[in-house]
Design a protein around this ligand. Sequence first.
Ligand SMILES: Nc1nc2c(ncn2[C@@H]2O[C@H](COP(=O)(O)OP(=O)(O)O)[C@@H](O)[C@H]2O)c(=O)[nH]1
Ligand SMILES: [Mg+2]
Ligand SMILES: [Zn+2]
Ligand SMILES: [Zn+2]
Length: 307
Amino acid sequence: MKLPDSTPPEEWLPPLFFHLIKQDRTNLTLVFFDIAGENCSNVEKMNGPFGKFVEHSDGMIILFSPNQIKRDKDVKIENKDTPLISDIINTIHKYYSSKTKTNTTLPTAVCISKGDIIQKYVLGKSKELEDVRAAKDGKSFNSLEYNPLNNKIINFINNKTEQDIRTIMNGYESFSFFILSALGFEPKELKETYEVDGKKYQRTMINNEPNPKRIIEPVAWLLLKFGFIGDYNEWTCKYCKKESIPDSNDTCPKCLRRRKDGFWNCPKCGTPNKPDTQVCCTCHFDPEKGTYSGFMARLREWLGKKL
Ligand SMILES: Nc1nc2c(ncn2[C@@H]2O[C@H](COP(=O)(O)OP(=O)(O)O)[C@@H](O)[C@H]2O)c(=O)[nH]1
Ligand SMILES: [Mg+2]
Ligand SMILES: [Zn+2]
Ligand SMILES: [Zn+2]
């Protein structure tokens, strides 16, 4: 099959519209404009027709190939003559400033595309980019899965690139790094050149079906930043070591200690107890065992029988 062509810098592409409706009827219309990086390579070009779309957006997904990153020597990728992503990000920023606006408050997803090429440098040699799984609650951004990957991308950017992207993005209030692959593999197949109106373009043919990896993640992250969806993450109780407690629970379901400070309220008598107490200091209830302990256990048993 033939792959879609590179986004042509001088042509209008119809935007993609999505109207999302949640079960509670709240809804959101997403309009995606695909702007070629070439149009954002200097402020004069952005003053052309395409800059407007950038200027009026509520969020940005910046997609760049691994060969648009300044890397250190052991990250070996074929170097093509493409604008550096740091230059593009800087240009977009300058363009905004020229309109006395700022883009540093916009949610900005900074995405390494064609992740298949670079995955071994980000994830380690033996690991492959896996697709996004739904969060356990079936409706949220999967932070549980995203956060460890995010750390790997940050490590990669800190240690294997010349820090330019990282340094620039430090000025942004709401951004995150992503890695994705539209094809899931490197297209080694036929590349052919063709001409339209005297201009030369390249097209790539592939034999395998695309196997996209993580392409939904930056969009889901934007939905999170827009407040349209929540995020799902978990914590481990540091007192009883219970794992996989959803963030929506702020107390441990096993030992009842609060995540924040370890204090717990006795479910039997309501007494607030200190983190280091196993049994309630008033009624001697042990929430982990679900029984009263020691003398109080025997007294209760006895009273219970009498009463
Ligand atoms: N390795 C790899 N190459 C890709 C992938 N997607 C697209 N390409 C290659 O990149 C070429 C340009 O496509 P694209 O990145 O969409 O162009 P852009 O619009 O200029 O960003 C394609 O013809 C493919 O050869 C991918 O997921 N992995
Ligand atoms: Mg494109
Ligand atoms: Zn606990
Ligand atoms: Zn108690």
